[in-house]
Design a protein around this ligand. Structure first.
Ligand code: FES
Ligand code: MG
Length: 584
């Protein structure tokens, strides 16, 4: 044991602070380190092992999270990479959140996971952290937490699941889950076939195989410069994914030594690159909410007007479901993000720094010239001429609303119709399948109270089902509007994230069945054709009572959660001064 290990405590000044990092004092710093070393030696470490950069590995494996089902193999490979590069790997657990197992909705827990990640990264001795995430909320939560913790950090994606095969048809979660369920609701397939396809939709561990939120956030993480090159696309069970894990471990040691802190990577230029990629991949609408939350941790606000302008000049190039045909494993075979970034190059900030210590432009260059493939289109032949996501405004959404135009029915994107209103999710569940429901295919379905505070947690209930009697008659799409979110794997003419939400008295709260609503994606308009005076009268007649809770996390959530345009983060977790806007 060398004398220098005992002092001084080196909180941030030393690239190799290792076990001395963040040392708390029991009134005697030397004694504090003495104690810490005694306990870590209880795990069998030698002095030689402890005298090196400490790399924390945030482990999010959980029996409740099949999307992270390869976490044990990833952790083993990360540790190998860390040790090959001369670091000491220290695995630690954080919360893991899976889409299907988190009630009332995974989004309700994203900020809790971000807080857990931030505080455990900050509290424990480490010089850099590897964040292992994949399922929808885990990657944004980890990036939010790591952004606030401020250490050198690197993201490792768990990777997508494999596709399955159902009676000769290739299937994958969860665009095909929705398609088959819609066919079952319409009476086209029976319960037996539904059970059969249920075995095939998730063919292995890993994240959803289409361009849902998980794949979107994987691509965004790479575009932000937060993964090693090629880190977004390898499927969970492949050797490529394991190699990415090993590289990630090794790179974590380098960023620890070079003190490449996360603020050097998460710059305005990086966020602009991420937005371009979000638009060009036909990414999940959830990507906007998560990007707003991550940016908010860095003191940046997403400018929805500018994002919409950016969308008009960014075509959708990636031919993946739900906007296109392919699956993530095809994107990987087509070269993954390098192929996409090469096409997008004229629209990117090539000088943005990545966790490799090189710029995005240098990484694109290093990936080589590319090859013939049919998953990433050239800019001249896009899947969709504009970005996948358009931002709408109007008296129904003064703070903006979102539509995924690349997954909507072109016929319905210019539409005026009669509102059929559901007051909340329970009301919807009670009436949507009733033969008595007064509804036609030309009506506009409106669902209130599924925003950040309304449900709470802004669930993915914005994908309102087609009323059963219309589904049986062959209706596949209708205009649907809510203050909630929708799964990135879903499709339809669906207006989401209406801001401000109805639960806090946004105009959506005062829509009544029979009102007329106009949607014009061309004009970026979502309007309630009711006068201001009438809306004011309704607000006075039946004022909104905001939801509250007596205690616990729910109370914290309801008191501090922000609206969709601020990322649905807690207000006290955002950077204290938000000075910049992205895109600039
Ligand atoms: Fe985990 Fe889709 S449920 S990625
Ligand atoms: Mg999802």
């Amino acid at each position: 044991m060398t004398e220098s290990k005992f002092e001084p405590d080196d909180n941030d000044g030393n690239a190799n602070a290792g076990m001395r990092k963040g040392l708390t004092s029991y009134g005697d710093r030397g004694f504090s380190l003495f104690l810490r070393k005694a306990f870590i030696k209880g795990a069998g470490y030698t002095d030689a092992a402890l005298d090196r950069p400490v790399i924390g590995i945030a482990s999010t494996g959980s029996a409740y999270n099949p999307c992270h089902g390869n976490a044990p193999q990833l952790i083993e490979a990360v540790k190998r990479g860390v040790m090959l590069a001369g670091g000491l790997p220290m695995e630690f657990p954080t919360i893991s959140v899976h889409e299907s197992f988190a009630a009332p909705t995974s989004m309700y827990l994203r900020n809790l996971m971000a807080m857990d990640t931030e505080e455990m990264v900050r509290a424990q001795p480490m010089d850099a952290v590897v964040l292992i995430g994949g399922c929808d909320k885990t990657v944004p939560a980890q990036l939010m937490g790591a952004a606030s913790a401020g250490l050198p950090a690197i993201q490792l994606i768990t990777g997508s699941m494999l596709t399955g095969s159902h009676r000769g048809e290739r299937v994958g979660a969860c665009t095909d889950c929705r398609r088959y369920w819609a066919r079952y609701r319409a009476g086209e397939i029976d319960a037996e076939e539904t059970a059969d396809v249920n075995n095939q939709l998730v063919a292995s561990v890993g994240t959803c195989s289409v361009m849902g939120t998980a794949s979107t956030m994987a691509c965004i993480a790479e575009a932000l410069g937060m993964t090693v090159p090629g880190g977004a696309s390898p499927p969970a069970v492949t050797a490529d994914r394991i190699r990415i894990a090993e590289q990630t471990g090794a790179q974590a040691v380098r960023i620890a030594r070079e003190r490449l802190t996360i603020d050097k990577v998460l710059t305005p230029a990086a966020f602009e690159n991420a937005m371009r990629v979000l638009l060009a991949i036909g990414g999940s609408t959830n990507g906007i909410v998560h990007l707003a939350a991550i940016a908010g941790r860095m003191g940046l606000e997403i400018d929805l007007h500018a994002l919409d302008r950016m969308g008009r000049e960014t075509p959708v190039l990636l031919d993946l479901k739900p906007s296109g045909q392919h699956y993530m494993e095809d994107f990987h075979a087509a070269g993954g993000m390098a192929t996409l970034l090469r096409e997008l190059r004229p629209l990117l900030h090539l000088d943005a720094l990545t966790v490799t210590g090189r710029t995005l432009g240098e990484e694109i260059e290093a990936a080589g010239p590319g090859f013939a493939q049919d998953v990433v289109r050239p800019v001249a032949q896009p899947i969709y001429p504009q970005g996948g996501i358009a931002v709408l405004w109007g008296n129904l959404a003064p703070g903006g609303a979102i539509i995924k135009q690349s997954a909507a029915d072109p016929v319905l994107m210019e539409h005026e119709g009669r509102a059929v209103v559901f007051e909340n999710a329970e009301d919807l569940a009670r009436r949507i399948d009733s033969d008595e429901l007064d509804v036609t295919p030309h009506d506009v379905l409106v669902l209130k109270n599924i925003g950040p505070k309304g449900a709470p947690g802004m669930p993915e209930a914005g994908y309102l089902p087609i009323p059963r009697k219309l589904a049986r008659a062959g209706v596949k799409d209708m205009v649907r509007i809510s203050d909630g979110r929708m799964s990135g794997t879903a499709f339809g003419t669906i207006v989401l994230h209406v801001t401000p939400e109805s639960a806090i008295g946004g105009p959506l709260a005062y829509v009544r069945s029979g009102d007329r609503i106009r949607l014009s994606v061309a004009n970026r308009e979502i309007s309630l054709l009711v006068t201001d005076e009438e809306l004011a009268r309704r607000a006075k007649e039946s004022p909104v009572v905001e939801p509250t809770a007596e205690r616990g996390y729910r109370k914290l959530f309801l008191q501090t959660v922000t609206q969709a345009d601020k990322g649905v983060d807690f207000d006290f977790l955002r950077a204290p001064d938000t000075t910049g806007k992205v895109p600039r």
